[in-house]
Design a protein around this ligand. Structure first.
Ligand code: PEP
Ligand code: MG
Length: 851
């Protein structure tokens, strides 16, 4: 490595490196290269600063020689990354009696006193470490200056240093040592700085914001940090220094403004210069920058330019605008937006600038935020929605029968559950903000009360806010920001689509889900969970009749009543998704989930079925299983009670016929859940093929379909070779596959998952982040064995992991055709897939950006 000088003047050709001199020094060099009026600056690399901290002072006189015979300078921190902070800037080094006298002549006594006092205050408190109260003198004038100098002399038992070289040495030493202090180190490490993070320093000629003619200081930027829209924003304060303009109320506007005077009014040429400098920075630094400037007697100086702090939505707008203007490439614009930041744009959010009254914390299960009144049941949620009153459904946990309530609610909170619990999965699908596993709060459903950990009690009708992005539940109505699905959002994602090389579909159960999937430009439906279609009031009754049927004929009769409803569901889905594939999963859950759980519900059912309560209760109990998730569900129902799948297949094919007659043919994909043996597939396939033949014969309409298998059991993954003989596609259901690979209940794991992760048993919750070692190995084995049998086998993933960037990376590497995720995760998945593809491209790997 090239030897670095002890310090270097920042010139266009000087050897200034970000890793050695820090971001500020590098940024200043860029400004110098752009010919901006940057005051004379000298950069000290980290190596020099370390050595100063270790007690080896630098030659201050040599540094000062760059700043003329009567130097007046500042020292600013320059770590490698601006987020790592650093010691505060020290202004006006070089102030002494002679300098003061000179400034009295040029700028007047008041200004000279103010500058000198400011330096004495900073030096006394930050360098000599004296008590700040002693130097907090109110108005700067000759008396307060004299007092400050006297206090200093008394406390230090020596006069305030007059020699600029001594002042500079002491300032450099104190800043270098402050960086090494324990609290500063902990603070920057919390912000992601490495242990060995070093500090550079820049010494800069003071460009005074104080003088006889137009003088002052300010900051200026050219976009709104929240919306990202072009807008000149900032403040200017006459006769001021540093960032005073941002702190003081007397600061004025930059652009002409009805409410008061502006920089544009008092100094139109300087204002125009600033606008020009801003445009140059944007063009050449390829970023929206905030400029810090001073004006001294009408002479403009640019002291610094930093990347504008911004919200996620502003970040996206800026990236797209820069690419549209040809400043950066589309690849770079796509890479500049973090996929996870998109969820902030899709949903309303709690405005982080406002106060937060958090009374419960849980797992952030579905992003976005909503304000509503508490309800404790599905019925209450529906009633509230019918009244047009937004409500938040609060439950211990949710079951399939709560879906209607969740549809009606604007947000959901549960006391129990993890990221793949029922509430979490459904809420994500619906795009409803949700917090699960808020175990600190207690529910008293009988009394209809929610008791927070701090003892506060909330009842039905009380207003709360769910923040599904952070996992917080807040009392009252928090301030909100609206979603931002605008042209820039669509444009960036269309660019992402042009770079990615893995398909993205959506898990969508209802027409509303499908419409969302379409809106977010999913490439089809990868999983339609059909059981959710049977929870509507009118269908539930027929469903229960079917469950209670004594004979196959009675069962078929009940199913015949469900057939037209199911067919209408599919027609609707196919229409919404016109031209795109729709993968329909046959019925999956245990039948017991469709029965009422309360005595009251059982009585109502007995009435509806016209049977004695005792018989209904006995039959319901007989259907209960010890381990329903490992019991009669999925394909096992399809084998034992084939009429259910027969009805569904018929409904799918008849819907396909209807679409073909309308001139928009579809190729439905039918997926068999919970398979563990080839024979299961053979049995279902025989039935499905027969039904297809019969619908074709009856309708006289030709249609195609694909039959595939959902790989959710370890055995199905291991036997994928033979299963693929009968399957056109394999889709890995990683929720069940994770559950069965670990032998870990997905509905109960939340209770101990935190402890497990904290103690390092699992690196992450495997229901949340795909376990690439174990479950991942099954995915690889399944895909490989399946493809060995059938090279054109379509392979995908449709568990909740499908929307995670890490899982998308895994599936892409394994050559999967697509991932399928909740509709609201589709944009994130599209962008993450593009990032992964771009990361493999050599030409974009070397893009460097300002941070
Ligand atoms: C799965 O098991 O991964 C899956 C997608 O199905 P479900 O969540 O409906 O069990
Ligand atoms: Mg499953």
């Amino acid at each position: 490595m090239q030897k670095i000088a002890e310090f270097a003047e920042i010139t266009p050709s000087a050897d200034i490196r970000r890793d050695a001199h820090g971001w500020r020094a590098k940024c200043l060099q860029r400004l110098v290269r752009l010919d901006l009026p940057v005051p004379e600056t000298v950069a000290l690399p980290a190596q020099t600063v370390r050595s100063i901290a270790a007690g080896h002072p630098v030659d201050s006189k040599a540094i000062l020689s760059h700043f003329g015979p009567i130097p007046l300078i500042s020292v600013r921190p320059s770590p490698e990354n601006p987020d790592w902070g650093g010691p505060g800037t020290v202004l006006n080094i070089g102030m002494n009696a002679a300098q003061h006298a000179r400034l009295v002549d040029t700028n007047g006594r008041e200004a000279a006193d103010a500058l000198y006092l400011r330096f004495v205050q900073t030096y006394a408190t930050h360098v000599a470490r004296l008590d700040p109260d002693m130097f907090d003198s109110g108005t700067p004038n000759a008396d307060s200056l004299r007092d400050a100098l006297r206090h200093y002399e008394r406390e230090m038992e020596e006069p305030f240093p007059e020699d600029p070289a001594q002042q500079l040495s002491e300032v450099l030493r104190s800043m270098a040592r402050a960086w090494e202090g324990t609290s500063a180190r902990l603070l920057r490490q919390a912000k992601g700085a490495p242990v060995e993070a070093a500090l550079g320093l820049v010494v800069q000629e003071m460009a005074q914001g104080i003088g006889q003619g137009i003088s002052g200081s300010g900051v200026m930027q050219f976009i709104d940090p929240v919306t990202g829209l072009p807008l000149v924003k900032g403040r200017y304060l006459g006769q001021s220094q540093g960032r005073d303009a941002l702190k003081k109320t007397e600061a004025i506007y930059l652009t002409r403004d009805k409410r008061g005077p502006s920089l544009e009014d008092i100094a139109p040429e300087i204002f125009a210069d600033l606008i020009r400098h801003g445009a140059v920075c944007r063009q050449k630094l390829r970023e929206e920058m905030q400029i810090e400037f001073t004006i001294e007697d009408g002479r403009l100086s640019v002291l610094d330019a930093v990347k504008v702090q911004r919200s996620a939505r502003a970040g996206l707008k800026i990236a797209v605008a820069l690419a549209d203007d040809g400043v950066i490439s589309r690849e770079e614009a796509v890479l500049r937006v973090e996929p996870r930041a998109l969820s902030e744009l899709l949903h309303p959010q709690v405005d982080m600038r406002a106060a937060r009254d958090v009374f419960a914390k849980g797992i952030a299960a579905s992003p976005g935020a909503a304000v509503g009144r508490i309800v404790f049941s599905s019925q209450a949620a529906q009633a509230s929605a019918a009244r047009g009153e937004p409500c938040i459904m609060v439950r211990r946990e949710t079951a399939p029968e709560d879906i209607r309530g969740m549809h009606a609610a604007v947000g959901v909170v549960t006391e129990r559950g993890g990221v793949t619990s029922h509430a979490a999965v459904i809420a994500r699908g619906l795009g409803v903000p949700c917090v699960v596993g808020a175990s600190g709060m207690r529910l008293d459903p009988k009394e209809k009360r929610l008791i927070a950990a701090d003892g506060r009690s909330f009842g039905e009708g009380d207003l709360i806010t769910v923040d599904g992005t952070t996992g917080d539940v807040l009392a009252g109505a928090a301030e909100m920001l609206a979603p931002a699905l605008d042209d820039a959002f669509r444009k960036l994602l269309s660019w992402a689509d042009s770079f990615r090389d893995i398909g993205i579909r959506a898990n969508a159960d209802t027409p509303a889900d499908a419409a969302t999937a379409r809106q977010f430009e999913a490439q089809g439906i990868g999983l339609c969970r059909t059981e959710h279609m049977f929870f509507d009031e009118d269908r539930l009754v027929v469903m229960r009749e079917m469950i209670f049927a004594d004979t196959s004929k009675d069962r078929a009769a009940a199913l015949a009543r469900l057939l037209p409803m199911q067919r209408a569901d599919f027609v609707q889905l196919f229409e919404i998704m016109a031209g795109l594939p729709v993968c329909i999963r046959l019925f999956d859950p245990p039948l017991h989930e469709f029965l009422p759980h309360s005595r009251e519900g059982l009585r109502e059912l007995a009435e509806a079925l016209d049977r004695p309560l005792s018989e209904v209760t006995r039959r319901a109990e007989a259907l209960a299983e010890f381990n329903p998730m490992l019991g009669m569900r999925g394909v096992r129902l399809g084998v034992v009670l084939p009429e259910i799948y027969a009805m569904q297949a018929q409904a799918i094919f008849e819907a396909a016929v209807e679409l073909a007659r309308k001139g928009t043919p579809v190729v439905p994909e039918i997926m068999i859940p919970l398979v563990s043996a080839k024979r299961e597939v053979e049995l279902v396939k025989a039935h499905v093929d027969a039904i297809a033949a019969s619908v074709r014969a009856k309708s006289g309409v030709a249609f195609d379909f694909k039959l595939g298998v959902m790989v959710e059991t370890p055995r199905a993954a291991l036997r994928a070779g033979e299963i693929a003989q009968h399957a056109a596609f394999l889709s890995f259901g990683t929720n069940d596959l994770t559950q069965m690979t670990y032998g870990l209940s997905r509905d109960d794991a939340g209770r101990f998952m935190n402890t497990y992760v904290q103690q390092g048993v699992f690196p992450e919750d495997p229901f949340h982040i795909l376990d690439v070692d174990g479950v991942g190995e099954l995915l690889l084995i399944g895909a490989e064995r399946g493809r060995a049998t059938r090279p054109d086998l379509t392979v995908s993933i449709c568990g909740e992991h499908g929307g995670n960037p890490e899982s998308i990376g895994f599936c892409r590497k394994a050559g999967f055709d697509y991932v399928s995720c909740s509709p609201y995760r589709v944009p994130l998945a599209r962008l993450a897939a593009a990032h992964l593809a771009l990361a493999d491209r050599v030409d974009v790997r070397n893009i460097t950006t300002i941070s």
